[in-house]
Structures are given as C-alpha cells and as structure tokens.
Design a binder for this molecule. Structure first.
Ligand SMILES: CCC(=O)Oc1c(C)cccc1C(=O)O
Ligand SMILES: [Zn+2]
Length: 308
C-alpha cells in the first residue's frame, strides 16, 4: 500500500484546515488509509443524506486530493477524528483499533435527513447532519467521534448491556474517553451542539445538572427500559458516574485516570455491572497500578456521588 498512500488536505465542519491520510487509486484520491501494523483501514463514506439506504454508502473522493467543499466537511472530520481516536488507543494502550485486532474503522456521514444523532451501529459509525439548530454535522466534534468509537471498544471488552445502570456506565465510559481525547473542557458535543448558541453543550461532566442529568445517586432516575425511556435513562443517569470521573481525574490526573479507566473496562467490568461494580473495578484497577493512595482517591470520588 506504500504506492497508494497520500496526504490530502481538507476543510472541517468548523471551517478549519487539516491534513488527511488519503489513498490514491483509479486516478483519484479516497478518504481511506491503511492503519499500522496489522493493516486495518480507516474508510469514510457518504450515505447520501438519506438518498442511499444501505450502509456504508459511497466512497468520498477528490481528484485533486483537496476536500474543501461544503458537502465534504462532515467526511473530512469523521475521517480525521477517527484517525485521532485510533492513535489515542494505540499510543496510550497499544490497542490496535477498537477490537485490539486491527478491525476496519468505517464511518458514514450525511446519514438520514436532519438527523440529530450519531451512533455506533454494531460494525460502523454513522453521523447525521443535524437539523442546523440543535446540531450541525455531528462528526465535527472530536469528543463525539471518540464517544462513538468507545462504544465499539466497550462492545468488544466489558460488553456493558445498554440499559439501566450498565447502560449508563456504557454511556459514561464513552463520555470519559471522549474527555480523555478532547480534554480542553468537561463538555460533550459543544463544538456541534446548537451552532447558533455559543457555550452550551449536550452534557457537562463537571456539572451534569446543568443539562438535566443527576450528579448523585440520590437523584438516580428510574425510567422505563424502553426506547422512550432512553433504555432506563442511559443518557440521563450517566451524569452520576460522569461526576465521579470528574472528581477522580481532578484528584489523580488524566494520565493515571485513563490507565485506571482502561483497565476497569478491559479487565474487570462485565455485561451487567452496576455503578457499585464500577466503583469496585476502578478502585481495584487503581490499587493494581498505583497503590492504595490512588485507590483511596477513587473511593472518595465515588463516595461524593453516593455510590458505595
Ligand atoms: C456525545 C455523543 C453522543 O451522545 O451521541 C449521541 C447522540 C448525539 C444522540 C443519541 C445517542 C448518542 C450516543 O452515541 O449515545
Ligand atoms: Zn453513546
């Protein structure tokens, strides 16, 4: 693949310029690159804004290796940030792709129409365009891309069931690794959320209640385990473990915290883990890696949010 590797340039969702790993073939350039060393690929597609019903859709190509058009912006960021998250897991944990085995990372942008969602759909990522007021193109936020790809890591490790407490942990671990990748702030999705309103976000890990999430176990919301009930409030109750993560990272620092969170996710957590199991898994991981002082800091973080 050496002969095909190329470096293109593109404009992201927020109008920012970035260089891209592209692939030259058939006298054009693709948003596609081979990762190393197991040689999986990162491939980004256009799902044609609802016009294309089957995933992944069409390759994103440009004969000039310059991805500057409005329509290409979402793909530029989906591709670039997928590479950033691949590098994060490889460089920090020696985990190659989301499965640790060089799995292809596939993203489709312009999914649906005015779709205010992004998701890991079991084998790839999809990004809506947003409706222009709640969201702009959702791949424009690196914390969202990291959030989605971390769902894939969770699905190939702890396999936390996406409902009730295990589902809220699933959500929280995606937010936490979203923070680790995009640690400029404690907000989630702020770069693409309400483009007309500056400074707001989908969620806040430092202050979950700002966006109607509980920040303490006393305020856990028992919602129905249905789509309408957000599967027992997985995006609502995640505020509780998110606040514990905020306390933990502030007390022990990001470099220890990311190792502890990764070890808990890949060694100790299981599909039906509860918040209390997560507390224990993180304390044990801290003890394993750094000893009892760090373990005690984790314990007090979880005491603060009422989970024992
Ligand atoms: C921070 C990323 C995020 O939460 O994405 C979702 C959105 C925007 C809507 C519905 C579900 C999700 C998700 O990935 O959980
Ligand atoms: Zn999620």
């Amino acid at each position: 693949n050496k002969v095909h590797e190329a470096t293109g340039s593109g404009t992201g969702v927020l109008g920012d310029q970035k260089s891209l790993n592209t692939y030259y073939a058939n006298s054009t350039y693709y948003l596609y690159n081979v990762t190393k060393p197991m040689s999986g690929v990162i491939a980004t597609y256009d799902n044609n804004n609802g016009g294309q019903y089957s995933l992944p859709g069409y390759y994103v190509t440009d004969s000039g290796n310059t991805f500057y058009s409005e329509r290409q912006k979402a793909a530029v960021d989906a591709h670039y940030y997928a590479g950033e998250v691949f590098d994060y897991y490889y460089n920090n944990f020696n985990r190659e792709s989301y499965d640790g085995n060089g799995a292809d990372i596939v993203s489709s942008v312009h999914f649906g129409s005015n779709y205010n969602n992004a998701a890991w759909v079991g084998n790839q990522m999809i990004y809506g365009d947003g409706d222009g007021s709640t969201f702009t193109y959702l791949s424009g936020a690196d914390d969202i891309v990291a959030h989605e790809l971390t769902h894939a890591v969770t699905d190939t490790t702890a396999e936390l069931v996406y409902e009730n407490q295990s589902g809220a942990l699933n959500e929280s671990f995606s937010d936490v690794f979203g923070y680790f990748v995009d640690n400029e702030d404690w907000l989630m999705g702020e770069d693409v959320y309400t483009p007309g309103v500056p400074g707001d976000a989908l969620r806040s890990m430092s202050n979950p209640t700002q966006y109607d999430q509980p920040a303490h176990m006393d305020d856990y919301q028992d919602l129905p385990n249905t789509e309408q009930g957000d599967w027992g409030g997985v995006h609502i109750n995640s505020g509780i473990p998110n606040k514990a993560a905020y306390y933990t990272i502030n007390s022990i620092g990001q470099s220890k915290a990311e190792e502890i969170y990764y070890r808990a996710l890949t060694v100790y957590l299981t599909p039906n883990s509860t918040f209390s199991d997560a507390r224990q898994a993180l304390i044990q991981s801290a003890q394993d890696l750094y000893g009892s002082t760090t373990a005690n800091s984790v314990a007090s973080a979880w005491n603060n949010i009422g989970v024992y």
